[in-house]
Design a protein. Structure first.
Length: 259
């Protein structure tokens, strides 16, 4: 009987301790990347924003989309590497980044291209053809990882804070390539006022899954809680509904200018 009572006490203490665990107040960050996260007027919207908002509800957090901050990528990336209770989405999960963060996802897949000016008539058949070109990149962005994998020396990187800035450099002839996905290219080209027909994608740099990154010392139970919420969102069809809301069901990510 004493053993039974002792076991019940241990179970009660463990259960009470688990129930007493409360989620910390996170600094939740993202970057401008249509249609995944973007401002429409004063409201932050997008596929990833809606997913995060739904996940916060399901894990029992008091935080909402109004707590999500839109930062330049390099600043947000620095914070989530160094600061406790930080979250950053949407991030490409790579082997180079694997141990720097805790991961929840994946939330979608992204194909990244090398995009150049058509009038340059550049033909790329393999990574060996990239040796002498200049590349516009975003500091600490996955595009720099992809280029390094392709053998491009970092002294060929022309770093900026936004893809829009790199597009203008590309259009002026100061660089030869930008590294971008289809959605980001389509959104940024509209904002720059440049003609999309002046550009073409000539090489696939990478195909990657995109995740939510948490500060590396985030506790296991928090990661598990968020992962379960995302898994449930997918299983219940809410994930598909969110994508359909932004018209993504009709988009083929492989269709960007590659013949």
């Amino acid at each position: 009987m004493k053993k039974i009572i002792l076991s019940l006490c241990v179970w009660f203490i463990a259960t009470s301790s688990s129930l007493a665990q409360s989620l910390p107040h996170f600094q939740i960050m993202t970057e401008d990347w249509f249609p995944y996260q973007f401002y429409e007027g004063t409201e932050l919207r997008g596929i990833s924003v809606d997913l995060m908002d739904e996940m916060l509800k399901r894990v029992g957090s008091s935080q909402t989309r109004s707590d999500i901050q839109l930062f330049p990528w390099a600043r947000a990336y620095h914070l989530v590497r160094k600061k406790e209770h930080t979250v950053l989405f949407s991030m490409t999960r790579t082997t180079e980044r694997e141990k720097q963060f805790r991961w929840v996802g994946p939330i979608f897949q992204n194909t990244t291209y090398l995009i150049t000016l058509k009038k340059k008539n550049i033909k790329i058949s393999s990574s060996k053809d990239l040796e002498h070109y200049r590349f516009g990149t975003i500091r600490d962005d996955a595009s720099e990882i992809f280029l390094s994998r392709l053998g491009v020396n970092q002294n060929r990187f022309y770093r900026n804070s936004t893809t829009k800035s790199n597009l203008r450099l590309l259009h002026s002839g100061r660089i030869d390539f930008i590294v971008s996905g289809q959605d980001a290219f389509e959104s940024d080209i509209k904002l720059t006022g440049l003609n999309p027909d002046d550009f073409e994608a000539v090489f696939i740099a990478d195909v990657s899954k995109i995740w939510i990154a948490f500060y590396r010392d985030t506790e296991d139970w928090i990661i598990q809680k968020f992962q379960k919420s995302l898994d449930d969102i997918k299983d219940e069809g809410v994930y598909d509904q969110i994508f359909m809301k932004y018209g993504e069901e009709a988009k083929n990510p492989e269709a960007l200018m590659i013949n």
